[in-house]
Design a protein around this ligand. Sequence first.
Ligand code: ZN
Ligand code: ZN
Length: 333
Amino acid sequence: MKACVLHSPAPIQGNPLEFADVPEPRPARGEVLVRVRVCGVCRTDLHVIEGELPPRKSPLIPGHQIVGAVEKLGEGAHRFAIGARVGIAWLHRTDQTCEYCREGMENLCDAPAFTGYTDDGGYAEYAVAPEDFVYPIPEKFSDEQAAPLLCAGIIGFRCLRLSGIKPGGRLAFYGFGAAAHVAVQVARHWGIEVYAATRDSKHQRLALELGARWAGDAAAEMPVKLDAAIIFAPAGELVPAALKALKKGGVLVLGGIHMSPIPPLDYSLLYQERVIRSVANNTRQDGEDFLRLAAEIPVRTQVQLFPLRDANRALNDLKADQISGAAVLDCRT
Ligand SMILES: [Zn+2]
Ligand SMILES: [Zn+2]
């Protein structure tokens, strides 16, 4: 099959993904083989490719927002019919035995596997995953509309949940890429007032189009005090600015898997019971709850489609803030 393969981490400007012929994966016991139609491009892919996350597998096929059709069942797999449309997301597998899994916090599992990081992902014509970790895709969405829901959407949803924001509350997003452009729609559905801090004027426009009350530069003063804020951009220097914008008791959620160092904080920014917390991965329950809600709203994703062979270009555009909404690879070669 055709796939985009990473041999060793390198800056994306050097186009490190090789478009190559590789053996088609085989579904192991309890797994399904999925014929990939599209695969969303996530900032985490960039962190994996550029080596900001320690390498876990080489060579590696990145990509963890896979939409496709079940093509073959591994031994003992019976959850899906052949041809069923499914999604494979970041959480590839958990052990189900560690203390976190037993407490319903499988997102914090001690021995997790991640799609497109510890295991091959969806920048390819085929991918495999345990059937228990695969999501049925609501009919409401086209393949390319659905792809960004699988990470940007689910993680943004978990960030919203952990922010504790309530209807009528005031919430800011720092960074307005794929995750925020979905989360703003969920927040508006819940009756939350949204403020978008992003340096790019294109992204500011998109935020306003999607119902944000205000959009401006992160360095600008927020026009109101916030109940909660979510930082999606991988920039630690945003933490003091976001804390400064919070009300007493406000919650700051850090939504990324990687962030540049956070500068020293003056304690007064945190005092008055302000909270900073990170978000790590998601549970399958988050994924199922989010996909149901996204179909109900319905969320509309804005996608920019690239052919699979142009994955390097899509990632370069993502790094340069050139993507409005989400980039998606068309893997039907
Ligand atoms: Zn576990
Ligand atoms: Zn992701």
